[in-house]
Design a protein. Sequence first.
Length: 202
Amino acid sequence: MFAVHRQHAGAGGAGGFHKQAAGHHQRFFVGQINGFAGGGGGQLAPGTSETRQKLVWWMASRENKFRYSNGAGRLDPDRSGVGDCSSTCRRAYLDVCGIDIGGNTVAQSASGHGSFVINWNTAKSVSAAQLALMKPGDLVFYDWGSGRVGVDHVEMYAGGDLTWGHGGGLHGEVPGPHKNSLSKFIRDTRGIGWCVKRYLND
């Protein structure tokens, strides 16, 4: 069982969620997460573990809260108000699970962190068999052939065709995290392509 390091203000009461007695875990409900954030907080299947629900809720409950920045403060976006793709995913795992998955996409996608659910590939679509392997909270890494060293982007899978991530747009003007389409991002991949990694042993 993973411990929850901190409870953020409002996270327990928003959207109909409620806290149990002190010392007990917060109770989460798939239907309420799926209905959050304009009817698309997630596309979670019944039976999704509480920890995975909390990871998706962490992202959904902060929709468009953070300005985009690769600079100082990105590793603690709740405090600083800024973040990027890897730092928001890292903070979700750190706050919900107590796991430090690495501070950037290079570290997070490295062999020493997590395990591959779907290895790097250049397919331009995700198959039903691949979707069946994925669980909410898994991270999807993309290489768009930008020419930069390392992986270009990471998103958190939220079920179905939905991911949550914090890409800043062409000029860093887009706040995050925000909802995205898994299938669209995969169609846009070039170079190495994309992969999926898991950091929870469930």
